[in-house]
Design a binder for this molecule. Sequence first.
Ligand SMILES: NC(=O)c1ccc[n+]([C@@H]2O[C@H](COP(=O)([O-])OP(=O)(O)OC[C@H]3O[C@@H](n4cnc5c(N)ncnc54)[C@H](OP(=O)(O)O)[C@@H]3O)[C@@H](O)[C@H]2O)c1
Length: 294
Amino acid sequence: MADRTGTITAALAGTIDIGGDLPVNRFGFGAMRITGEGIWGEPADREECKRVLLRAVALGINFIDTADSYGPEVSERLIAETLHPYPEDLVIATKGGLNRPGPGVWEPDGRPEHLRAACEGSLKRLRVEQIDVYQFHRPDPKVPFEESVGALVELKAEGKIRHIGLSNVTTDEVERAQKLTPIVSVQNRYSLFERDSEPVLEFCSLEEMAFLPWRPVAGGNLGASAVVEEIARRNHATPSQVALAWLLAHSPVMLPIPGTSKVEHLEENLGAVALGLAPADLAELDKIAPEPRG
Ligand SMILES: NC(=O)c1ccc[n+]([C@@H]2O[C@H](COP(=O)([O-])OP(=O)(O)OC[C@H]3O[C@@H](n4cnc5c(N)ncnc54)[C@H](OP(=O)(O)O)[C@@H]3O)[C@@H](O)[C@H]2O)c1
C-alpha cells in the first residue's frame, strides 16, 4: 500500500473560494463518521476520532463538513471540543433540516421553526457566533422549498450564517433557491460509481459554486471494482486514492469530503492529492458504468 503522506498537505489539491471570501484547500474532511454505529451516539474510539480531527488540520485540511444530525450533536461537539479555538483559516460547514428518531433513521424537517432551532443549536455546540456555511440538508416534501430556504435567508440577515449551501438537490431546486439568495455550495451523493448528479455538478461549475460529493470513496467499498484496483496497482496507490484523485481531476469546483474515524485512513485518502493520474487512466475511470440509483 502506498504511503503518500510524508510532507503531503491538502494545499496540493489547490484552493477553491467559497462564496468569494472563504478560500479553502480543495480537499476537505467529512465529520459524519466520528460518531457511533448508525451515525448514532459517541464513536467507538473517541480519542482516535479526536486525533483524526487534529491530524486533518495539521495536514492542511481547512474545510470540515458536519451536521447537527450526526450523532445527533456528537460530531459538532467533538469538533468544538478538539479544535476550538479554531485556526483562523478553518471553515466549518454544518447542516440542518433532519430529525433523528434513532440509529440509521433520518427524517426531513424543513419547517422554518425547526431550521431556526437547529441553527441556534449548531451555533452553541460549535461555539461560534456565525456559521461559515449553513447547508439545508435535504428538501422536505411536506414543506414548500422556498419556505425552508427563506428561513436560512432570515438567519443570514441576522448574521448567524455567513453563507448558504444546499444538499441533496436538483438543478431546478438550486435555481429556485438562487432567486431568493446567493448559494455557495451544493452537497450531493457523487463518486466514480454514482453520477446521477452530473448535471448539478455542471451547473455548479458554470456558477462557480463548490460541489461537495458525499460518499466519495463509496463508503470504503472501492476494492470491488477491478478497473479501480488495476489503476491503483499501476500507480502504486490505493483504490480510495484513485477515486479521490479522479474526483479532483474531474472538476475544478469539486471539493471532496471523505469521512473516516481512523488516522490511517485519513492519511491514506489525503495521498490522493499527490497522485497525478495519467490522461489514459482518467479516461478509463470516466468510462466506469455508474450504478443507477432507484
Ligand atoms: N449531505 C448528505 O446527505 C450526506 C450524507 C452522507 C454523508 N455526507 C457527508 O459526506 C461525508 C463522506 O460521506 P461518507 O462518510 O458517507 O462516505 P465515504 O467518505 O465515501 O466513506 C466513509 C466510510 O469509508 C471508510 N473509509 C474511508 N476511507 C477509507 C480507506 N482509505 N480505506 C478503507 N475504508 C475507508 C470509513 O470507515 P473508517 O471510519 O473505518 O475509515 C467510512 O465508513 C460524510 O462524512 C458527511 O460529512 C453527507
